[in-house]
Design a protein around this ligand. Structure first.
Ligand code: TRP
Length: 362
């Protein structure tokens, strides 16, 4: 059986560095290594609507932003299928059948859903569609028979639900669906990049993001005002590296080659950290270095994005084609699903024959 990668993002805003280190960078590697039979990356607009039902315009505007970010980061529609969730109707169909194989209390135990309900103040009034999104996500994964889902730790509960549903489905109706595994980011820094304010997570609502589409000047302004060590007041003071956003970002991004190129006084990040800890190293120098390091990744992406921005209709066209390709796989799996559930009435000759027999005998 083939290996299939599938992953996606809710198109609720432009993608930022947290998305990049947490998943986008890895996806591009996986795509380029080509060790998988098929790779799907999609915009989960249906899922985004589960908590934005009153603002579809927000989702509508962000499909193109996410598509541009994908292309800028290096996802290549010749190597992976990029598609839009809502335009694959089979996803809604499979979701409906999967919902019968899981209980309300099982979904209620999902810790990610619990946290999100709190964050959105949904406690008293949870939209049913929002509540059911883990099942819809299981359909996203299983409709494409994905074996591998590159995603953050917060998605592990969704994968557990998915595996349970696969087992339930296959036991009940026969082996059709495939149990997926999560592929987590390779290290702790990549799992959760803090915001520029040092808060635990980079997030649009906290206003602490560096976007992949920020201009060089915006990036510098954000890096310049980044949270460091609040007790590191004078250059001569000893500084703390832990919880210091500048160093966390360097952990996530810089290589020894960056030192050779931009700051040859140090051979590697450990040397820089030692100096910072000893005292005598100012924040501004570190920030300038971080800016150069970030720009090495961001500048080419910005340039590529600018190129793609010149032909927006072509991007929608690419998404339409990707969606059509995704629908071919989707239709095939749905066919198997209907057959396994024996709800393929119209092409079930045996059913028609036996019913005819039954009534003839009367
Ligand atoms: N829940 C994911 C997020 O919030 C998006 C998503 C939807 C997804 N369906 C998926 C991710 C299927 C991986 C696989 O980012």
């Amino acid at each position: 059986m083939g290996k299939v990668i599938l992953t996606g993002d809710r198109p609720t805003g432009k993608l930022h560095l947290g998305h990049y280190v947490g998943s986008l960078r890895r996806r591009v590697q996986l795509q380029d290594e080509g060790n998988y039979d098929n790779m799907f990356v999609f915009m989960a607009d249906v899922q985004a609507l589960t908590d934005n039902a009153d603002n579809p315009e927000k989702i509508r505007q962000n499909i193109i932003e996410v598509a541009l970010d994908y292309l800028a980061a290096g996802l290549d529609p010749a190597k992976c299928t990029l598609f839009v969730q809502s335009q694959v109707a089979e996803l809604a169909e499979l979701t409906t059948y999967l919902m019968n194989l899981i209980t309300v209390s099982r979904v209620q135990r999902n810790p990610t859903v619990k946290t999100e309900i709190k964050m959105r103040n949904f406690e008293a009034n949870i939209p049913l569609g929002f509540f059911c999104y883990p099942v819809s996500q299981a359909a996203d994964i299983t409709l494409f028979k994905a074996t591998t889902v590159p995603a953050g730790e917060d998605q592990e509960p969704m994968l557990e639900v998915t595996r349970e549903l696969v087992r339930r489905f296959n036991q009940t109706y026969g082996e059709v669906l495939v149990e997926p595994e999560i592929m987590l980011p390779e290290n702790a820094t990549a799992r959760r990049l803090p915001g520029t304010d040092g808060k635990e997570k980079m997030s649009k609502s906290l206003g602490n993001c560096i976007y992949l589409s920020d201009s060089a000047d915006e990036v510098w302004q954000k890096v310049r005002s980044m949270y460091t060590d609040p007790n590191h007041l004078n250059v001569s003071d000893p500084g703390t590296v832990e919880g210091n956003a500048v160093f966390t970002y360097l952990d996530a991004f810089c290589t020894d080659a960056d030192f050779a190129e931009f700051w040859p006084e140090y051979a590697c990040l450990d040397e820089l950290k030692d100096h910072y800890r000893r005292g005598g190293l100012g924040d501004m120098k570190c920030k300038k270095f971080l800016y150069s390091v970030l720009e090495k990744t961001l500048a080419p992406m910005r340039e590529r994005r600018h190129g793609f921005e010149q032909d927006i209709p072509a991007i929608y066209d690419m998404l339409r084609q990707g969606t059509e390709r995704a629908r071919e796989t989707a239709a095939q799996t749905m066919d198997e699903v209907r057959r396994a559930m024996r709800i393929n009435y119209f092409d079930d000759a045996e059913l028609i024959r036996s019913q005819a027999e039954k009534y003839r005998a009367k």
